[in-house]
Design a protein around this ligand. Structure first.
Ligand code: NOJ
Length: 550
């Protein structure tokens, strides 16, 4: 097995991790200070969301310089120290490559927008206006509004899949690709242990740009439906692999949705471009198509099971599965997967057990180890997240009331995943001595690293246990995955087997007690459960249990 297949990875949101300067936003030195904390969680790889120079319109996903550190985070010397000190603790640092787009303040764009015939003219996606002066197509950007913005200087529109300030790069231009590969190699040379590759789905644009059938009252169609996974994309991705990852002891995990099972082998594994793919079917159960917060579909446990089991099946022979239930773009899992009123500690532990027992590398997200829940702020103006504002406006334009639009933001806002890390019960949860850029969750006095470290029954202690268990039980580390109870409407269950080692995982999503056939766990004993006392053949509400024969 490769090193990264046996590790637990941690997604770290640096802006909210630890501020060592009293400025209200996290710093790289803050990460250095808490490396021992990460080591205590058994973490072997830390994916840090972008820390490169950026105007922070999208919290770093708008990069102005791929090989420089944003001053708010510190310096390149800090980053080098982080690589070194992390490695000393057996932790590799994973860099987020944002290669679909740059910031509009990136010098490449500042040049490109000047005229139609400068050396950077073809580095972005520029098109003439339609005859009536309107945008080249009716595509809606992922954060809302048209995906095109007029540039008076150049007298053309540029395409931005995301915010106005995030112009899309033109991957058809070999110079652009060369510059991006150079930036990635810069990070390998400095010691990166891997890359998470952002929004890669969108890098290949269609040859012909045309209007799509509107999917909303605004007469627009999501840019996603018009440009995601355009045929030919794999040529670029395989080139990326040749020019960047081949020959290095690193891993790559790409953010890519909607890759079909037939195509998967070209995306991941031996013949694929990446080692792993983040796909979102299991965390987007309420969005069968485009993520439109005001129109969530109901989902059932069978939908969750199908999504998870399909991914397990798909990665059995192709690549490797990066398991996750939370990231910086998603609501907290205790709110997302459970009915209101569920005991949050029990729910958090259940999700942790699932995360660490699926076949694959678990990606734990900052705060998940403490059992974080969503925030519900009273007014849209309290929210920082650019997509929360876009979704709110879209909901209003679709006829929803302000209260209804805000309720959607409560359920899905990315800010819930971004509130500051709660270290202790002191002011601002010990995150900063200044004013935090995003309010600390109101529950920080009880839910924080210090308090949970002292409590053997806390969510944090549970995650620490899980890390040890996963490292030591061969069935969990390298065992095969077998689905169990596939028809159950209330219980998720599976088995992991490695030679004579066996583990069975059962998790109830029901409010009422459930029973199951005891034959499932014959010859095994209870190793871990999130309730006081497990009773054979029965599951209490939201109980999760791990049976093993070791
Ligand atoms: C996906 C990232 O995860 C998200 O946070 C970001 O806003 C978009 N890509 C644009 O880069």
């Amino acid at each position: 097995m490769k090193w990264w297949q046996t590790k637990v990875a941690y997604e770290l949101y640096p802006k909210s991790f630890l501020d060592t300067r009293g400025q209200g936003t996290g710093t790289i030195r803050g990460i250095i200070e808490r490396l021992d904390y990460l080591a205590s969680l058994g973490i072997g790889a830390v994916w840090i969301t972008p820390v490169c120079r950026s105007p922070m319109v999208d919290n770093g996903y708008d990069i102005a310089d791929y090989t420089d550190i944003d001053p708010s985070y510190g310096t390149m010397a800090d980053m080098d120290e982080l690589f070194t000190l992390a490695a000393e603790r057996g932790i590799r640092i994973v860099i987020d490559l944002v290669f679909n787009h740059t910031s509009d303040q990136n010098p490449w764009f500042l040049e490109s927008k000047k005229s139609q015939d400068n050396p950077y003219a073809d580095w972005y996606i520029w098109r003439d206006a339609k005859e009536d002066g309107s945008a080249p197509t009716n595509w809606r950007g992922i954060f809302g509004g048209s995906a095109w913005t007029w540039c008076e200087e150049r007298k053309q529109y540029y395409l931005h899949t995301f915010a106005v300030q995030q112009p899309d790069l033109n991957w058809a231009n070999p110079e652009v690709r060369k510059a991006l590969y150079k930036a990635a190699n810069f990070w390998i040379e400095r010691g990166a242990g891997g890359f998470r590759v952002d929004a890669i789905t969108y890098i290949r644009k269609p040859d012909v740009f045309k209007d799509g059938t509107p999917d909303g009252e605004d007469g627009m169609v999501s840019v996603h439906d018009m440009t995601a996974n355009t045929p030919g994309i794999l040529d670029y991705l395989h080139e990326f692999k040749r020019e960047v990852s081949d020959g290095h002891d690193i891993f790559t995990v790409a953010e890519a949705n909607g890759v079909s099972a037939d195509e998967l082998k070209y995306w991941v594994g031996e013949d694929g471009a990446f080692d792993m793919l983040f796909e979102f079917s299991h965390v987007n159960l309420e969005f069968k198509g485009i993520e439109t917060w005001c129109r969530p579909d109901p989902w059932t446990l069978s939908d969750l099971r199908t999504a998870l089991f399909n991914s397990q099946e798909a990665t059995k022979d192709n690549g490797w599965y990066p398991a996750f239930f939370e990231n910086h773009d998603k609501p907290r899992c205790v709110d997302h997967f459970f009915p209101q009123g569920t005991d949050p500690v029990r729910a958090a532990k259940l999700m942790g057990l699932l995360l660490y027992t699926l076949r694959g590398t678990p990606f734990l997200y900052q705060g998940q180890e403490l059992g974080y829940s969503n925030v519900r702020w009273d007014d849209i103006s309290c929210y920082n997240d650019i997509s929360s504002h876009g979704q709110y406006e879209f909901a209003l334009s679709e006829g929803f009331s302000k209260e209804e639009a805000l309720a959607c933001v409560h359920a899905f806002s990315r800010d819930s995943a971004r509130t500051p890390m709660q270290w202790d019960s002191s002011a601002n949860a010990g995150f900063t001595t200044g004013t935090p850029w995003l309010p600390v969750h109101e529950n920080y006095r009880e839910q924080n690293v210090e308090a949970e470290s002292a409590d053997p029954d806390s969510v944090l202690s549970w995650y620490r246990k899980l890390a040890v268990i996963r490292r030591n039980l061969p069935a969990l580390k390298e065992g095969d995955f077998t689905p169990l109870l596939e028809d159950s409407e209330t219980i998720l269950a599976w088995q992991r087997t490695c030679g004579d080692h066996k583990a069975v995982i059962l998790a109830s999503f029901a409010k009422e007690p459930q029973s199951y056939d005891e034959k499932l766990t014959e010859g095994l004993h209870v190793f871990l459960t999130n309730v006081k006392q497990h009773e054979e053949g029965k599951l209490q509400p939201f109980e999760a249990v791990l049976y093993v024969n070791d």
